[in-house]
Ligand binder design. Structure first.
Ligand code: FES
Length: 157
């Protein structure tokens, strides 16, 4: 059903938890250097929140433009980047970043991903990069531009 569909082009991103839960994310609400914001995609027309699958949880961050590599830049929107929040090591939800301001860190076993460089692994034990969710700006909102680029979650045994 619509709630379990993967993020679709044109979807808005909505705060999953916290004081802004349920609100659409604007770039001004995403701070450089802050911990990743967890979000769900939402169909902008029907307002269906796509919260029916854990693989739809998205980790949103903002980077200084100088920290975004050339092949990641077209997938970002005003410095905002979005990735699958499901760690590719063992499936924990990624909630931390580090002092570099361009790396997301999984609390479970410390896997570290460069979110300025398409989610590339900086530190294991993960063996696969994070899937990036291409973004664009539409009417000042962060909007999904295309399907996830990359595989979701840990490799299946
Ligand atoms: Fe993320 Fe192990 S589940 S590092």
């Amino acid at each position: 059903d619509a709630a379990s569909m993967r993020p679709q082009p044109g979807d808005l991103l909505v705060f999953m938890i916290g004081e802004n839960q349920g609100e659409t994310i604007a770039p001004s609400q995403v701070e450089v250097g802050a911990r990743p914001i967890l979000a769900y995609p939402m169909d902008p027309v029907t307002k269906t929140l796509r919260d029916g699958s854990r693989f739809n949880i998205i980790a949103v961050g903002r980077l200084d433009p100088s920290e975004i590599e050339d092949d990641t830049k077209p997938l970002s929107a005003d410095g905002v980047v979005a990735y699958s929040a499901v760690c590719t090591h063992n499936g924990c939800i990624i909630t931390e970043n580090n002092d570099t301001h361009h790396e997301f860190v999984c609390n479970c076993h410390g896997s570290t991903f460069d979110v300025g460089n398409k989610g590339k692994i900086v530190v294991g034990p993960a063996t696969r990069r994070l899937a990036i969710l291409p973004l664009k700006l539409a009417d000042g909102n962060v909007t999904v531009a295309a399907d996830f680029d990359g595989r979701l979650g840990p490799p299946r045994e």
